[in-house]
Design a protein around this ligand. Structure first.
Ligand code: PLP
Length: 453
């Protein structure tokens, strides 16, 4: 096979085709993998074996010139597409002006503008404030700081299958031991875990999932810990790494109401679900929730590191002056990129587009699931869709089938990610700007992949 040169630049101009010109991984990726093995520690692994050269629209081109359809968006980050024009233009312009002052030393307008935008866009019409950070984990950590300062209580309640990050506090909040927590303890105190309303795995069946989870939450909070010891309940409106677990309608409002009655703050971790991904600007909007605090990151700045905590003014103002910050928090180029992301979502109608993408996936996947008992569950909302694979006729997880589908897709030029506490979930998070023909082509490859199971 002939090797074509990798493109000089990515972004929306990149040719929107699936094209394989070498075996996967190609020779150049193999060469880099060998160097990587000598230079990086074993604990850092990559899901796909190909090194990136350029990406944009719905494709990622590797260093051997292979062009892949991207169903992952770098884990829900490049929702507006990689190197999206408005993101690049604004970030480059900012980089030419200045790269850093530290907002704690010399403030700049971009930071304020991002905070104003988040206060406007996040659900709830209460008066809000926003603080910026670098990563999702850092945002979650700081949300807990705000909640503790505002309530004077230490406790944090999280759920089974939760993922909140890899720092010390957020590791404690994350549910899954391997790979996130194994060997890294001891963890922080005052983190309490409640069962999640997980329709597919609810012990009493789908219909009772919400009711049972609420009863367990009530027991944990009122009986075991004591409501007056709990600062906040932190929940992902749709759980991400845990396997795109969509709680039954009514569960999230019930949790929010339960919190309100006890003076516990309701924190929505929208790091993965935010910024048009689920067919709403924020997943909390789906059931009319107005969380006390919202954490965001991934989709916020089109790939530049930026995260935020947005919340009720009286909660956010409870922390003493100087209590919150960080050298890089709210980096000016990342702020400029975020403004480009928000402009892109609004100008290109990406909230609506996420719904259309969701409809395409659900239609195809429910069709595949019909004749294929390996698919135990199809779920998700907007462009955040997953299938959970099981041994036929059971709910026993089948992570090997997930690995087989991913490999099949990879070898044919389609990038797909796994997820799930049991590693048996395939998750689909395409860039919201993916053209129709690539969406259809990707779904055709998936259909073939399932036919081989
Ligand atoms: C990814 C993620 C995080 C952690 O974000 P990082 O930027 O990786 O620290 C936190 N919460 C949720 C829901 C996530 O999906």
């Amino acid at each position: 096979m002939s090797v074509v040169e990798a493109p000089a630049a990515g972004g929306p101009q990149l040719e929107q085709v699936r094209r394989l010109v070498t075996a996967i991984p190609g020779p150049r990726s193999l060469e880099l993998a060998a160097r990587r093995a000598q230079a990086l520690p074993a604990g850092i692994v990559s899901g796909q074996p190909v090194f990136a050269a350029a990406a944009g629209g719905g494709v990622l081109v590797d260093v051997d010139g292979n062009s892949f359809i991207d169903f992952g968006s770098g884990i829900a980050v490049t929702s507006v597409g990689n190197s999206a024009s408005r993101v690049v233009e604004r970030a480059v312009e900012q980089l030419r002006q200045f790269t850093h002052t530290c907002f704690l030393v010399n403030p700049y307008e971009g930071y304020v503008e991002v905070c104003e935008a988040l206060n406007r866009l996040t659900p709830g019409d209460h008066v809000k404030r926003t603080a910026l950070f670098n990563s999702g984990a850092e945002a979650v950590e700081n949300a807990v700081k705000y909640a503790r300062a505002a309530t004077g209580r230490p406790g944090v309640v999280v759920f089974d299958h939760a993922y909140h990050g890899r720092t010390l506090l957020t590791m404690a909040m994350t549910a899954k031991n391997n790979p996130y927590k194994k060997d890294f303890g001891p963890f922080t105190a005052e983190v309490h875990r409640a069962p999640m309303a997980y329709p597919f795995r609810a012990p009493g069946g789908r219909e009772r999932a919400a009711e049972q989870a609420m009863a367990a939450l009530r027991d944990l909070v009122d009986v075991q810990v004591g409501a007056d010891q709990i600062a906040c309940v932190v929940i992902e409106p749709i759980q991400g790494e845990g396997g795109f677990i969509v709680p039954p309608e009514g569960f999230l409002p019930a949790v929010a109401e339960f919190c309100r009655e006890r003076g516990i703050l309701f924190v929505a971790d929208e790091v993965q679900t935010g910024f048009a991904r689920t067919g709403d600007m924020f997943a909390s909007e789906h059931e009319g929730l107005a969380p006390d605090l919202i954490t965001t990151a991934k989709g916020l700045a089109g790939g530049l590191p930026l995260a935020a905590v947005t919340g009720r003014a009286e909660i956010m103002d409870a922390v003493h002056p100087g209590g919150i910050g960080g050298t890089y928090s709210g980096n000016p180029a990342a702020c400029a990129a975020a403004l480009g992301v928000i402009e892109t979502i609004e100008a290109e109608g990406l909230v609506e587009r996420a719904r259309v993408i969701g409809d395409r996936f659900l239609a195809r996947l429910t069709g595949i699931a019909d004749g294929n008992p390996v698919i135990g569950d199809v779920r998700g909302r907007g462009a955040m869709i997953a299938v959970e694979l099981v041994r036929p006729g059971t709910t026993e997880p089948d992570p090997a089938a997930v690995a087989q589908v991913i490999r099949y897709c990879q070898e044919r030029g389609l990038l797909v990610l796994s997820a799930g506490t049991y590693g048996n979930v395939l998750r689909f998070l395409p860039p919201l700007v993916m053209p129709e023909h690539l969406l259809a082509e990707g779904l055709d490859i998936l259909t073939e992949a399932f036919a081989t199971l």
